[in-house]
Write a protein that binds this ligand. Structure first.
Ligand SMILES: [Fe+2]
Length: 129
């Protein structure tokens, strides 16, 4: 049982750097359910968690650089996910269902966030140029 996160062009925010980071997030999230060994799952979640923080920091830096008006709002969304990932990563992940729920949650969050929030931000960044 695994959910594969397929990045395709519909997720492109037309910025090479951010697209690459999003692809990486998809890859890391996909790797979580592949090996259903509790230790490996936890390790993969921590790797995802760390990379997510780095990616959010990069996005937030860009936002500040161009004075994105929804910076605070977007930053808050990032913070909420980080908190949630932190809480979730403490779970035991000792059954398929909890792993599946986690991956589904990450998938829904990421796809929705990229397609809506990140798209809005990148649109603003493009118009400003
Ligand atoms: Fe974002």
């Amino acid at each position: 049982m695994s959910i594969i996160f397929e990045w395709d062009n519909s997720f492109s925010v037309a910025n090479e750097e951010i697209d690459q980071q999003h692809k990486m997030l998809f890859e890391l999230a996909s790797s979580i359910g592949i090996d259903l060994n509790q230790q490996r799952i936890k390790k993969n979640i921590i790797v995802l968690y760390k990379y997510t923080r780095e990616h959010f920091a990069a996005e937030e830096q860009m936002m500040q650089r161009i004075s994105y008006p929804k910076f605070e709002e977007h930053k808050e969304l990032h913070k909420n996910l980080i908190t949630k990932l932190n809480t979730i990563s403490a779970k035991p992940f000792d059954d398929d269902e909890s792993v599946y729920d986690f991956i589904t949650f990450v998938y829904d969050w990421l796809t929705h966030h990229i397609l809506n929030k990140d798209m809005n931000f990148m649109r603003f960044a493009r118009d400003k140029r």
